[in-house]
Design a protein around this ligand. Structure first.
Ligand SMILES: [Zn+2]
Length: 382
């Protein structure tokens, strides 16, 4: 295991029982996962991360009935239309029905070729100034994410195969939006993005021959998070690994007035019964995950998962420190996003140090290999 480089301030661990805490987290993690499952964020704040939906504590039965985003909800393999072909000396192939993907763009269903769709995703998810190998890794991650949906093993909340909402699926920018964003740099940037997609054409990440849930996020800080800490599902390829982000790690200071957090949290969690002035035990961190993210935190008379507090206050990540300074509560958040899978910032730093897109993918998705997509009726790959 890696050594976590950041030393978080040691907090009271009170009577915290790691086993019970884990169970508590697992019970609630399913609903949390639905809200946090979105991958990376691109160069801008994501809808699901900057303006989180209220997330009341509810029993698991209610969570299952939630109509929230359902991206990447795994369904039994029997319903999958993915066919795997064992490698015979060459690269393994994954066969899908069709190369056409139905994308919900600004609420409108649009059909397009997978590879063309990926150009808009990579452009929407990462700055064009990123290293070519990082953009190529992003293209494979986005292709894998999409292919899992195309294979019927993950669902988009819109009813389309995927959508352009980063809070549900992946960001997507159409060509006119890119021309507007990039201005005079359009030609140069679009060539770079198209090249990243083209040089990885048809490539996806697989684990033991199956498409993976290729989650990604903007910045993880020194280490990514294991999937079970966020999504109540332990996947062998989504385990905590180092992410060398150095000075490029996203660190955000988020300040709230004490009155504001009390009002907001009491509204979502009446059982917290928070009062002003804030007491010593308000925002008392009960436990952190191995990667340093807040697993449980006390607010008033109750304890909630760190992920719930993140959603309630729109925190950039659950790797935070809290400071109460009289009238204010200040969160210093390290990283940006759920922290699971590939860190876009970490990928860019690896690429800067000379890693290939394949090395980047294998680093962040433990034990995975590359495979080639094929489509029914086609020979020789995507
Ligand atoms: Zn979606």
């Amino acid at each position: 295991m890696y050594k976590h480089e950041r030393k978080f301030k040691k907090r009271s661990s009170g009577g915290y029982n790691a086993g019970l805490g884990k169970l508590f987290c697992l019970l609630l993690g399913g609903l949390l996962g639905a809200f946090l499952f979105a991958p990376g964020r691109g160069g801008e704040a994501r809808p699901g991360e900057s303006a989180p939906a209220p997330l009341p504590l509810v029993p698991e039965s209610a969570a299952l009935a939630s109509s929230g985003p359902t991206a990447n909800t795994e369904v039994p393999p029997a319903e999958s239309s993915q066919t795997e072909t064992p490698a015979e000396g060459g690269m393994q192939t994954i066969e899908l029905d069709s190369p056409v993907v139905t994308v919900s763009i600004e609420g409108k269903s649009t059909e397009m070729e997978l590879e063309e769709y990926l150009v808009g995703v990579v452009a929407g998810e990462m700055p064009a100034s990123s290293e070519p190998a990082a953009l190529a890794a992003q293209a494979v991650a986005a292709r894998t994410f999409t292919a899992l949906h195309m294979a019927g093993r993950a669902k988009c909340g819109t009813g389309c195969t995927v959508c352009d909402r980063a809070s549900c699926c992946q960001a997507y920018l159409a060509d006119d939006a890119l021309r507007e964003r990039w201005g005079e740099a359009y030609e140069e940037n679009i060539m770079k993005i198209r090249s990243a997609v083209a040089c990885t054409r048809g490539l996806v990440s697989v684990y033991e021959g199956q498409l993976i849930s290729a989650l990604y996020h903007a910045s993880s800080g020194p280490a990514t998070e294991s999937s079970e800490e966020v999504f109540a599902c332990a996947l062998p390829y989504l385990v905590s690994v180092e992410s060398c982000e150095g000075d490029h790690e996203v660190v955000t200071r988020q300040e709230f007035s004490a009155a504001e957090v009390v009002e907001r949290l009491n509204g979502l969690y009446p059982e917290a019964n928070m009062k002003l002035p804030l007491g010593e035990l308000d925002f008392d961190i009960w436990g952190r995950t191995d990667s340093g993210r807040v697993r449980l935190i006390r607010i008033g008379d109750t304890v909630i998962p760190g992920g719930y507090l993140r959603m309630a206050l729109g925190l950039k990540s659950t790797a935070f420190e809290v400071e109460k300074t009289g009238e204010t509560v200040v969160f210093t958040c390290f990283g940006y996003g759920h922290g699971v899978g590939m860190s876009q910032t970490g990928a860019n730093e690896m690429a800067r140090s000379g890693s290939s897109f394949e090395q980047i993918l294998k680093h962040f998705y433990t034990g995975t290999e590359l495979a080639q997509l094929t489509f029914k009726g086609e020979k020789g790959g995507a």
